[in-house]
Design a protein around this ligand. Structure first.
Ligand code: KIV
Ligand code: ZN
Length: 383
């Protein structure tokens, strides 16, 4: 099995969501659970951006020791100095520096040239190496950078000592095949020495997880992700989706250090601290991710879970799947729920109860245990 490094950026890219800002104590709390979850790298913040971010990166560096602690900078000397200072106490530290490489960024952000951008990229990498051994370089908007030029940038920063090269699809524009080909092109055209490629995908077209996986399949060995896919605009790649896709597809020959049983509790905690609800149909951690409501599915699951479940909910820290009784449920599901409530019904009774159940279910969105007890003539708290 090849190891895939999990780089969590919930506290940096994730925290850029309007209204989701966290204070230092909350950030430390999240960093501690990310450590327990088993992430390899925590991007703790962007120290030059505010005194609060500096303090958080410094505090996390002191408290959290197993993962590498990473700080973001622009390709600017002052940023790099401040990041190095904030990381002073970290046991394992990384500076993440970089610059925009697409023609959009070169022309409109920097009013510069391709040659000049390579010089600035190399200068930033070389400067960061004076402070830390582990330097990650990001080629911002790599998703819209042409592959030949991107390979020149990547080769130049690898030669300058970068250990990880981040290929962000900053605007979430790439198609999965396109992003996968980009990673393959770099693997084939750059002498990577000991450096690895990292994916960093955004969700603008809903393809962040697919793009990250195509990156991994084509040779990237780090993925940059956030809990619940939280992040600016439509968000970042969701940690839980990539991890469970990798775990569910053993044939990929890739493994992570993530303790998947902690995924659900961590998701709940981040959602509540960031005041950012998780959509009910969100893969892996959404309220309905393991809920079966149609009669055909409920019947199948009650006969054998493998009919409609690809993941045992316990593997992600959820106690059990849920059979939700609605007007779409069948007799089998109704009988099974009544049995769980300790109510045995004979076959001839079931038809009648089922008929009344359907009448009620047409009026109510879903039927809870108290509804069922009343339906069979018992007090709601009787059994
Ligand atoms: O999306 C992006 O390009 C980023 C970089 C700053 C790494 O978040
Ligand atoms: Zn990003």
């Amino acid at each position: 099995m090849d190891k895939l490094f999990i780089f969590d950026t919930t506290l940096r890219d994730g925290e850029q969501v309007p209204g989701c800002q966290l204070n230092t104590i909350e950030k430390i709390e999240i960093a501690k659970v990310l450590e327990e979850l088993g992430v390899d790298v925590i991007e703790a913040g962007f120290p030059i951006s505010s005194p609060g971010d500096f303090t958080s990166v410094e505090a996390i560096s002191k408290t959290v020791t197993k993962p590498t602690i990473c700080a973001l900078t622009r390709a600017v000397e002052k940023d790099i100095e401040v990041a190095a200072e904030a990381l002073k106490y970290a046991k394992k530290k990384r500076i993440h520096t970089g610059i925009g490489t697409s023609d959009f960024h070169i022309k409109y952000k920097f009013n510069s040239t391709r040659e000049e951008i390579i010089k600035r990229a190399v200068a930033a990498t070389t400067y960061a190496k004076k402070f830390v051994e582990d330097v990650e370089f990001y080629a911002e908007d790599a998703g819209r950078t042409d592959n030949e030029y991107l390979a020149q940038v990547v080769q130049a920063v690898v030669n300058a000592g970068a250990t990880v090269i981040n290929i962000p699809d900053t605007t979430g524009y790439c198609l999965p095949t396109e992003y996968g080909e980009k990673i393959k092109y770099l693997i084939d055209h750059v002498d990577m020495k000991n450096a690895i490629l990292s994916t960093h995908c955004h969700q603008d077209l809903g393809m962040a997880t697919a793009n990250s996986l195509m990156g991994v399949i084509n040779g990237a060995r780090q993925v940059e992700v956030t809990i619940n896919g939280i992040g600016e605009r439509a968000g970042n790649t969701s940690l839980e989706e990539v991890v469970m896709a990798i775990k569910s597809h053993k044939e990929l020959g890739i493994d992570t250090n993530i303790n998947t049983k902690k995924l659900y509790p961590v998701s709940k905690m981040v959602s509540s601290l960031m005041n950012m609800p998780v959509q009910p149909n969100k893969a892996i951690v959404g309220r309905n991710a393991f809920a079966h409501s149609s009669g055909i599915h409920q019947d199948g699951v009650l006969k054998n879970l493998s009919t409609y479940e690809i993941i045992d909910p316990k593997e992600v820290g959820i106690d059990d799947n849920a059979i939700v009784l609605t007007a779409r449920s069948g007799r089998h599901a109704l009988k099974s729920r009544l049995n769980t409530l300790g109510i045995k019904v004979e076959a001839n009774e079931l038809a009648n109860i089922y008929e009344r159940f359907l009448e009620l279910a047409d009026k109510k969105k879903d039927i809870n245990d108290d509804d069922l007890l009343i339906l069979v003539g018992k007090e709601p708290n009787e059994s």
